[in-house]
Design a protein around this ligand. Sequence first.
Ligand SMILES: CC1=C(/C=C/C(C)=C/C=C/C(C)=C/C=O)C(C)(C)CCC1
Ligand SMILES: [Fe+2]
Length: 289
Amino acid sequence: MGKLRFTQIYLATLGLSAFAMLLNIELSNVAGIAALAIAVVILGLPHGALDFAVAKSLNYVTGVRTACSFLAIYTAVAGASIVFWIALPGTALSLFLGISIFHFAADWRTTMPLYARICLSAMLLCGPSIVNSAVVLTLFTALFVSSDVAAWIIQAMQMIFAAAFLGFLYFVIAAVASKNIKSGWQVTEWIALVTSSIVLTPLLHFALYFCVLHSPKHLFDVSQMLRVSLVKVIVISLPFVFLTLLFAWVLFETGASDALDTDLLRWIFIGLFGLTMSHMLLIHLWHRA
Ligand SMILES: CC1=C(/C=C/C(C)=C/C=C/C(C)=C/C=O)C(C)(C)CCC1
Ligand SMILES: [Fe+2]
């Protein structure tokens, strides 16, 4: 049981999505991005909204004063990151991809050596650049990156994917040779992730991984650390989910300028960048503790 359940739920959702794609059941651009926004809010946001609880259990927050400092630093980092993206989108995107590879790699920290999980995480983030490079180019330019720089980043992603593939192949061969693979589900999850990153449309692939695998695994980890149920963990996250939404809504009202889908896409990814800079740092400190 435990985290295996999430692997199975992820595989089932992925299978259904692939089936829908085969049947040509696809959402329009606006509907697709709106669905991504809703999924990120319902399934993705709570995992970041638990950062306050994580900070409390790490004793970074012990009273009202430290709580205010924590929230102030967290919001300042998020705000500064968003300003940084607007000023230097290409640099910010590259940094975001690099740090995200490191952050997502932690999903497999109990089952794989560091190099192998970095390779898997790099593949799942860089896979969309292989077949769907044109889509990724459109997405990156919608995020304010110039097409020259976006094309350059996509080439780098393709090279990183190739290197990560070789590294991961080495890990799989070594694991099979030493009979070190404990569960067939694990192998299925790796193959599914890599295939999904190459084959599915980039946003669908990302939404499925982020909302149905990364976020639930993290919610589960936090529920174990706090020794409370999964439902309780979600309840704990709710005030911060609403606070973030309120903030996002105010910003959206003042800053929205383009077509709805482009604006939503910008707020999802640039907002994610801002929020995840603090989130990734905090979770890194937690996993190291
Ligand atoms: C922008 C963009 C991508 C990268 C997304 C990233 C890097 C998300 C990171 C989220 C994090 C770190 C959440 C933390 O919990 C893809 C999927 C490559 C392709 C489509 C456009
Ligand atoms: Fe995360």
